[in-house]
Write a protein that binds this ligand. Structure first.
Ligand SMILES: [Cu+2]
Length: 167
């Protein structure tokens, strides 16, 4: 089977199960310093980082970018991680001069589009962390897309400065 590189264009017919396995294999060979970058069929997912939570915190924000190089709209439907009881998709927004956070049912990535999950905007939020997270730690994050199915990624914990009311 073809070994998808994390940065190079792959065949659009790659089945998601095989892609997931190959991505895991690729990841283990990747240098440990840089955040992982994934090519998942017609999606590019990169800069997967989590903000190091303060000691005792039970939540943790996760950021990354998704680019859709295909010609059909894709949606991120849900996410999960073995280190948290749940993972929610949130959006920060200005409301009456205050930053508020609200749950979003799904995240749409249009053809040719690029969505950034970043401080002050969209993010995934790990809820009820089962273990403390420190800068440099890595953990699995499973992303489920409407068309392509499920991909397992690895998130690196970084010391990211807070922005707005983001916790
Ligand atoms: Cu949040």
């Amino acid at each position: 089977m073809e070994t998808p590189s994390t940065a190079v264009a792959g065949g659009s017919s790659t089945r998601w199960i095989r892609a997931s396995l190959a991505l895991v294999a690729t990841l283990m060979l990747a240098p440990s310093a840089a955040p992982a970058e994934y090519r998942f069929d017609t999606l590019r997912i990169d800069q997967l980082v989590a903000r190091a939570p303060p000691p005792g915190a039970k939540t943790c924000a996760v950021y990354f970018t998704i680019e859709n190089v295909g010609n059909r709209t894709e949606r991120l439907l849900r996410a999960s991680s073995p280190i948290a009881a749940g993972v929610a998709l949130h959006q920060m927004a200005q409301s009456g001069g205050m930053m508020t956070m609200r749950a979003v049912p799904s995240l749409e990535i249009v053809p040719g589009g690029r969505v950034e999950l970043r401080p002050g905007a969209y993010h995934l939020m790990l809820i009820d962390l089962k273990q403390p997270l420190r800068t440099g730690d890595k953990f699995p994050l499973v992303l489920t897309f409407e068309r392509l199915g499920t991909v397992t990624t690895t998130v690196t914990v970084e010391d990211i400065a807070a922005s707005g009311a983001q916790r």
